[in-house]
Write a protein that binds this ligand. Sequence first.
Ligand code: MCA
Ligand code: AMP
Length: 411
Amino acid sequence: MALRVEKSPDAVLLYLACVRVGAALLPMNPAYTADEVAHLVADAEPALHLDDAGLAALVAGAASNPERFDDVDIGPDDLAAVLYTSGTTGRPKGAMLSHRNLASNAAVLHELWGFGPDDVLLHVLPIFHTHGLFVAINCVLANGSGMVFLPRFDVDDVLAALPRCTVLMGVPTHYTRLLDDPRFDVGVCADVRLFISGSAPLLAATHGAFAARTGHPILERYGMTETSMIASNPLAGERRPGTVGFPLPGTDVRLAEDETIEVRGPNVFSGYWRRPELVATEFTADGWFRTGDIGEFDDDGYLRIVGRAKDLVISGGLNVYPKEVEDVVDAIDGVLECAVVGVPDPDLGEAVLAVVVPVAGRVVDPAEVRAAARERLAAFKVPKRVELVEALPRNAMGKVTKAELRKRFGG
Ligand code: MCA
Ligand code: AMP
């Protein structure tokens, strides 16, 4: 069941309904363009495709249904959800998550982070990703905890709601935006017991500034759509800035020869929807999933993510695959070729930058490049900045040296 709706309690109930009737949920970003939706729908071929009107009709019709129904008999290996990630080839692929994947991660996390019935989670994340849909909501559901469910992250709304809450889960941009507001102080978080961050690297400086302002060391954890959560700093014990803590109980983490992180465990997905050939490349021969993140363990066993072997930009906690943006920009009239990279950004962590080579003799207007890209891409993927160059830097193999572009334009 493909679901492309605004965030609402009904959408959460629909997720639960899918789990109970054995339908696999495919959540989509409502901000996706028609192009992006068409790609996913063509690949997934969902039996049902619900938008906001469809969901409203379903809810209205549900009033005449019996109050109770039996769960459909579902096994741990049955499919619970398909979440699309664009992938480094630019072609979206659906990560198949089983009931075991979701349930095992939920069981580990709610215990590890000490969730109880008296907790109230402040929910500010979108619900079409693992972070907002599974990590946050499943920790709450596992305990019957409360939830303040905001439609989106807005500093004013967060400041108003936080005094009623005990836990906040966010991406680093949420925490830097809170710190940028002088109203955010110890008083606002008097009842909060835990701030959790993930989806993108939390700078040690942000961790330090947050602890100084509030007395709370943010708990950073690490995960991926394909694996759900992999590692977490401890609830009790030192939360070490710049690290993502220890592998979760039941999840094994190892470093390959090239230092990339490999993962195995009940949380790890089985493969991509209708792409069986990818199992051979995305998993090792002995069955570990290759994350594409580069890591190291410090002397005390804390895992530190030091880089990415995959070509990926994480902007405000949302993944942007350069290849997907490059394909769109390359197709714009007057563009010969382009390269898309992430450059440091104080708000988003990384911002999308397109370095464009115009066709000889043609004048290309950066604003027009952005406007043309926006027609085909959701706003968060559109380059925040466009730089024009005569040629892209290349290595001896003819490959664009993105590191050089990041160095040149990243200042
Ligand atoms: C919105 N825009 C963005 C982003 N979000 N551009 C780049 N990066 C973004 N993340 C666009 C808007 O569409 C708008 O475009 C313009 O930028 C300004 O938007 P703004 O008002 O600043 O945006 P916002 O609505 O305040 O959103 C920023 C945000 C949001 C609060 C940081 O993006 C967010 O909540 N991010 C969290 C994402 C998340 O949940 N990630 C988890 C997935 P225009 O002006 O053109 O309209 S990763 C995951 O699940 C793994 C498993 C994990 O480990 O957690
Ligand atoms: P996604 O495919 O949207 O699930 O994004 C997963 C990617 O987000 C991971 O492979 C990492 O590169 C990144 N990520 C998630 N959490 C962290 C973190 N705490 N620190 C650094 N990177 C992270």
